[in-house]
Design a protein around this ligand. Structure first.
Ligand SMILES: Cc1cc2nc3c(=O)[nH]c(=O)nc-3n(C[C@H](O)[C@H](O)[C@H](O)COP(=O)(O)OP(=O)(O)OC[C@H]3O[C@@H](n4cnc5c(N)ncnc54)[C@H](O)[C@@H]3O)c2cc1C
Length: 404
């Protein structure tokens, strides 16, 4: 018979990113102590923006920090896609009042640090969190009544269980799954630009994308429109190695041939760029192993084309908390239920994001097909098509598991 007793031992969370903090919050709200092991010397987030769908705000509300996050977010009026060659408007989805009423939450854009900060504030308020920074987890050892994590300095951290929220290059996943990454060859440049330097003719209250052959450009406002997030993606000419480096202005300017001037001006704006050579992994059916489980990018790393990676990490955390609740805090049963509730949904994100990348980057006749796909489509038809994604909430999060 599995024991739910873990009051004296914390649950370990490897990774203090959005996924790790959300998981920590879900657990501490259930009265479980948590120790976060973070390799960086400080708990924090990179300087970039992100899009959050209604599903993410439902998750943030369930974690008790929705108001904090919404206070920093810009609620957009629409999502809009233009062809980057001729500026043709391919599609527009209004995200105003009708959208918010349909999904019960906004579609919003926000600085990553503001999401992370809201989670951090929530987790600190529970008084059940212990942050250990400069701790790089390197090995997991299963013990008879818990889990031990060995760090890079050979120190041992013991807990009742382990959640591997250690991101796209997860050590925990490597040890338990060991599957290869799929380096896409797609390179992303990201920067944040002050409003004064951002072109007036692009200062739209929208999540905006310009799609071109083998490339696309994204921009949206942050922090009340004081800043703009700029993200450009292209298919690299060289063999890429998965990772993040400083970007080069010359490199990014060498792509985007034939792009219309209104879109192309985006790549001349930033003073400095960060460069991501991206990867995902094929979806897997199992990521819970007894008292060890995976969460966020460690469990289902995805390309960014649906803007849902962090949203999924937030959903994971809420689902984990709900699974613990209905399992009477029995960890192994809860980890199993959590996994069953999440695998198909997150796999759909990974596979749909790959397909979306193909649609964005279409050329030749595929481009013409892409530009016809949504012609004349009403907002309601878009909303119906998005119901599977944005209709998620804490009340239905276990319904994919066969539990409900
Ligand atoms: C270009 C781009 C744009 C994106 N845009 C969006 C968007 O608009 N909306 C959205 O929802 N998502 C977006 N995403 C995805 C989103 O960034 C990720 O899905 C999200 O950050 C995952 O959070 P995580 O906590 O699982 O992983 P991470 O944020 O990677 O956090 C992992 C943490 O674990 C730590 N760590 C790693 N290894 C170890 C170790 N061995 N020991 C201890 N600590 C360790 C790391 O230092 C880090 O703090 C985007 C991604 C990219 C690349």
């Amino acid at each position: 018979m599995e024991d739910s007793h873990h009051a004296k031992r914390p649950v370990l969370v490897a990774g203090g990113g959005i996924g790790g903090l959300a998981a920590a919050l879900a657990l501490t709200r259930r009265g479980i102590d948590v120790t976060v092991l973070e390799q960086a010397s400080e708990i924090g987030e990179i300087g970039a923006g992100m899009q959050l769908g209604p599903n993410a705000f439902h998750a943030l509300d369930a974690l008790g920090v929705g108001d904090l996050a919404r206070a920093h977010a810009v609620h957009t009026d629409c999502m809009v896609m233009h062809d980057a060659i001729d500026a043709y408007e391919v599609g527009r989805i209004p995200t105003g009042e009708v959208f918010r009423a349909r999904f019960g939450q906004p579609y919003a854009v926000i600085h990553r640090a503001d999401v992370h900060g809201a989670l951090l504030e929530g987790v600190r308020a529970t008084g059940r969190i212990n942050f250990l920074t400069s701790v790089r987890a390197v090995r997991v050892i299963e013990e008879s009544d818990g889990v031990a994590v060995v760090d890079a300095d050979e120190r041992i951290h013991r807990g009742a269980a382990l959640i591997g929220a250690d991101g796209v290059k997860s050590m925990v996943r490597d040890q338990y799954v060991g599957d290869p990454a799929r380096v896409t060859g797609h390179v992303v440049y990201r920067a944040v630009v002050d409003r004064a330097e951002f072109p007036a003719d692009l200062q739209w209250n929208a999540a905006s994308i310009w799609v071109g052959p083998n490339c696309h450009l994204v921009h949206y406002p942050l922090r009340g429109g004081e800043q703009y997030n700029v993200v450009v993606t292209f298919h690299s000419r060289q063999q890429e190695v998965w990772g993040v480096t400083d970007g080069s202005r010359e490199e990014v300017q060498s792509y985007f041939e034939g792009i219309c001037p209104q879109a192309r001006q985006l790549i001349d704006l930033p003073r400095s760029w960060r460069r991501w050579a991206t990867a995902d992994r094929d979806p897997i059916a199992r990521w819970s192993y007894g008292r060890v489980t995976l969460l966020g990018d460690a469990a289902h790393p995805t390309t960014q084309y649906l803007a849902q990676g962090a949203c999924m990490a937030l959903e994971d955390a809420v689902t984990l908390g709900e699974a613990l609740r209905v399992s009477g805090d029995k960890i192994e049963s809860a980890f199993d239920l959590y996994q069953r509730s999440r695998v198909a949904r997150t796999a759909r994100i990974v596979l749909s994001a790959r397909e979306m990348g193909r649609i964005y980057h279409a050329s030749g006749v595929e481009r013409l097909v892409r530009n016809d796909l949504w012609r004349g489509r009403s907002p309601e038809r878009f909303y119906d098509a998005l119901e599977w994604l944005y209709g998620w909430n804490a009340g239905n999060c276990l319904s994919g598991s066969g539990y409900a």
